[in-house]
Design a protein around this ligand. Structure first.
Ligand code: XIL
Length: 363
């Protein structure tokens, strides 16, 4: 793979080291290791074709999560057919590199193949869900670090009193779809960590607070029903235009931990849709958000997994989202990741390096 190109960015007025020297600073995974932390990244097969990508991720990370290849939409082209090819390729890469694998995801009320909605009924939904999870989790049993068993259970915009995310699984099975998914995953691979992956809970505003309350109510019910959920993933798709609240965030994490569950970060990146200005100004706002969040969340977490969703701005997922939340008024591409679209390090990378250094090396 080609070498990373040079960078001319500055951060807080200080010129950033160019990429060649970035390769000689300590990789993220080594900065995490004094905390016993694995540092991971999300990628799809396409990313590995980009010069410099493989070099960067193999030196910096020790955990991979497939961005799309393990979703229903990829694994299930038709009701009676599985396509494991792309997921197997990513798994083989991880094994060659000695990286752990975090599976994403086994059950989600969106992101499903088109055929699912038309075949699911209240009578057959449990069978579809159980069969899928049994087949997928058994296939990879012994090779997975963890699974997002249920993805995004909370979605306030469905306007339900319980705050649950609507869609085919909730519609056919009620909230019990979560129980079914976790029991099936536990039976198929008792060793992989079973995660309920939640989103929209990270910020300091009323919207995040409402999501946190809905999430805590749900988790309390799951624990009371002895559903075999072991950890809560905080997706952590942050927004540089919204404030954080350390007390609210750490209080939320403590609330989860007090129920005997672990907490990890599963999809960290920073949306800069609301940030105008020069590229350097936008990059500073994004970098500051990464640093502020990590300095709050890392000391509060009790399981040591930190997964970045956007390694590079190149073809980043936010540019393809239709919702206003990801729309930039100037139509420019997002600068959400650690590296820019040419795979040059940005201020975000250096602020994550500093945050990990502060928490893990000196912590
Ligand atoms: C996104 C992927 O990054 C995109 O490539 C895809 O088109 C849509 O999904 N929360 C999740 C992830 O749990 O699965 C989403 O990933 C991002 C938000």
């Amino acid at each position: 793979m080609g070498a990373l190109a040079t960078s001319t960015l500055t951060y807080c007025g200080i010129p950033l080291p160019h990429a060649a020297s970035a390769r000689t600073t300590q990789p993220l995974r080594l900065l995490g290791s004094p905390c016993g932390m694995r540092v991971g990244f999300a990628a799809n097969l396409e990313h590995f074709r980009w010069p410099g990508f493989t070099d960067f991720v193999t030196s910096n990370f020790d955990l991979l999560t497939p961005e799309g290849e393990m979703k229903w939409s990829a694994l299930r082209p038709a009701p009676n057919r599985f396509d494991f090819g792309p997921a197997d390729q990513l798994l083989a890469f991880s094994q060659r590199q000695g990286m752990a694998v975090h599976g994403h995801n086994l059950c989600w009320n969106t992101g499903n193949p088109d055929w699912l909605k038309s075949v699911l009924t209240p009578r057959n939904a449990e069978r579809y869900l159980t069969d899928h999870i049994t087949a997928v989790v058994s296939r990879y049993a012994g090779k997975m670090d963890s699974w997002d068993v249920v993805n995004e259970p909370i979605g306030l915009w469905f306007n339900r009193a319980d705050g649950l995310y609507g869609g085919p699984w909730l519609d056919t099975l009620g909230v019990g779809y979560i129980d079914i998914a976790f029991h099936a995953a536990a039976a198929a691979d008792p060793k992989a960590l079973r995660i309920l992956n939640i989103h929209n809970v990270e910020h300091g505003d009323a919207y995040s607070e409402k999501s946190r309350q809905a999430a805590l109510a749900l988790i309390t019910q799951l624990v009371a029903r002895k559903v075999p959920v072991q950890a809560i993933g905080l997706e952590s798709h942050l927004d540089a235009g919204r404030a954080l609240d350390a007390a609210a965030l750490t209080g939320f994490i403590e609330g989860i931990r007090s129920m005997g569950l672990e907490v990890l970060v599963t999809e960290l990146d920073v949306n800069d849709s609301q940030i105008s200005g020069t590229l350097a100004e936008r990059d500073k706002a994004v970098a500051d958000m990464y640093a502020a969040y990590l300095s709050m969340v890392l000391p509060a977490m009790n399981i040591q997994r930190l997964i970045f969703w956007s390694v590079t701005d190149k073809m980043n997922w936010m540019d393809y989202m239709k919702d206003n939340r990801w729309r930039r008024a100037d139509g420019l591409s997002h600068r959400c990741a650690l590296l820019d679209a040419n795979l040059n390090p940005k201020a975000a990378l250096y602020s994550c390096i500093s945050a990990l250094q502060q928490v893990c090396t000196q912590g």
